[in-house]
Design a protein around this ligand. Structure first.
Ligand SMILES: Cc1cc2nc3c(=O)[nH]c(=O)nc-3n(C[C@H](O)[C@H](O)[C@H](O)COP(=O)(O)O)c2cc1C
Length: 430
């Protein structure tokens, strides 16, 4: 197997389920994939598998007790710099503690301190699994952004054939690679379990905090507003959520981010420089003055294609006996094309295509026409994704064709995966 987890720190939590023995194989597979694995066990788990086994497999001391002088593993240092914490098997008891925020052992305290993605693989007797308390705990954890790997069905240790088995270690490994965004190809893009709440409540940092350090990134977001008179305007349904999620994801991996935003109802992420604009022409002026100093420009704004030839000074009045009103519209500047076509100081340029028909052809021809490096296509005809929804599904193209497809997932996660792809593609061009 290729070292797909090279340079990844993974904290493997083993709680006291009968499937703890499978965690030994999991630990071995993760190490084989290049991961730096740190194991933490609950006291109950040590009755089922020896600590020494994990120490030999991981090459690191195994933490159990929170106050151990001998071990000197702190719950904070354990998860600091970790790329992922996974608990496999996760007992009903440990899931309940996670949900309640109890921190009475090294593993539960580390869970609370973790800012990396956290995944759990519940495994237990089927009645324990189906118990309302366990089910509610699992739902709560999912809602908070914890990835849950559903148990498999099959023969359980208690003798019945039902759900509750820990999935095979190879399957858990694939799950981990998926969460860490190690698979960006078209062939394999399994759907990540879908957290149900917006980003603020999630432990879903897929990106290494230094991945984009030193990069200057400008993102346009939201709609533009084209005035007709002092009270009326032409605009569109863009909420700005995708552009703002991208700004946060770029910022979270260390980039210096400028967000040029049309009017939206969301707050800009802290640490991002916000430039507020209204019309397409305002946006062009802002982007023009800043693009030359950027490494990457991403055009996620839904810029109005047309504006009124003139803006009436006074409110346009309804006229008696006149049933029609003709508006004279003229074409707006193409902002992202103006960046893509720059002859000097041209940044790596990424556009978005919101299409409703012939989506792939339209996106690819836009990429060429506007001189873009990448284009991100979303099919806004699909109700559950696109404008104003929390989810998105996108396909990314470069001049050679499709480079990635991300199935329907929260915009925050799509943003992190896009940021990883954009930065990698940008670095490959250097
Ligand atoms: C032999 C044995 C096997 C067990 N297997 C499981 C199991 O698969 N899943 C589970 O949730 N609890 C299981 N339990 C019960 C847990 O060990 C018990 O709830 C314990 O308090 C869990 O502690 P922990 O969550 O701190 O590891 C088992 C207990 C024993 C004695």
């Amino acid at each position: 197997m290729k070292a797909r987890l090279q340079n990844r720190k993974i904290v493997l939590g083993v709680s006291g389920g009968i499937a703890a023995y499978k965690a030994c194989t999991l630990c071995r597979l993760l190490v084989k994939l290049g991961a730096d694995v740190h194991v933490v066990m609950t006291e109950a788990a040590t009755h089922l598998v020896g600590k020494a086994t994990f120490e030999a497999l991981s090459g690191h001391p195994v933490g159990v007790e929170i106050f151990s002088q001998a071990q000197r593993i702190s719950h904070i240092s354990l998860v600091k710099d970790a790329d992922l914490m996974i608990i496999a098997p996760a007992t009903a008891n440990t899931l309940a503690k996670f949900t309640a925020g109890i921190a009475d052992n090294l593993m539960t305290a580390a869970f609370l301190a973790a800012t990396c993605p956290v995944a759990v693989a519940p495994a237990m007797n089927v009645n324990m699994y189906r118990n309302a308390a366990t089910q509610e705990n699992i739902q709560t954890l999912k809602r908070r952004g914890v990835y849950v790997l559903n148990p498999a069905s099959g023969p359980l240790a208690c003798g019945v054939n039902a759900e509750g088995r820990l999935p095979e270690p190879e399957e858990i490994c694939e799950f981990i690679c998926t969460i860490l965004g190690e698979r960006l190809t078209l062939k394999v893009d399994p759907l990540l379990p879908k957290p149900q709440k917006p980003l603020e409540l999630m432990q879903t940092k897929l990106l290494n905090p230094a991945f984009g350090a030193g990069l200057k990134v400008l993102i346009t977001a939201g709609p533009t507003i084209e005035d007709l008179d002092p009270v009326r305007f032409i605009s569109n349904r863009s909420s700005g959520k995708m552009g703002y999620a991208l700004a946060l994801a770029f910022k979270n991996c260390g980039a210096e981010v400028t967000l040029v935003s049309g009017p939206v109802n969301i707050k800009a992420p802290e640490g991002v420089k916000l430039v507020c604009v209204r019309s397409a022409q305002d946006m062009l002026t802002a982007v023009d003055s800043l693009a030359g100093e950027q490494d990457i420009v991403v055009g996620a704004a839904a810029v109005a294609d047309y504006r009124s030839l003139s803006v009436a000074k006074d409110k346009i009045k309804k006229q008696d006996g006149v049933d029609e009103l003709c508006l004279h519209l003229i074409k707006n500047p193409d902002i992202i094309a103006s960046v893509g076509m720059r002859e000097v100081n041209r940044p790596y340029t990424v556009g978005f295509a919101a299409e409703t028909s012939h989506t792939e052809e339209n996106a690819q021809s836009k990429l060429i026409r506007k001189h873009l490096d990448l284009i991100v296509l979303n099919n806004v005809a699909k109700k559950e994704i696109g404008f104003d929804s929390n989810d998105n599904e996108v396909t990314v193209f470069n001049k050679d064709g499709k480079v990635a497809h991300f199935k329907t997932q929260p915009k925050s996660i799509i943003a992190e995966r896009l940021v990883k792809l954009i930065i990698e593609s940008f670095k490959a061009c250097l």
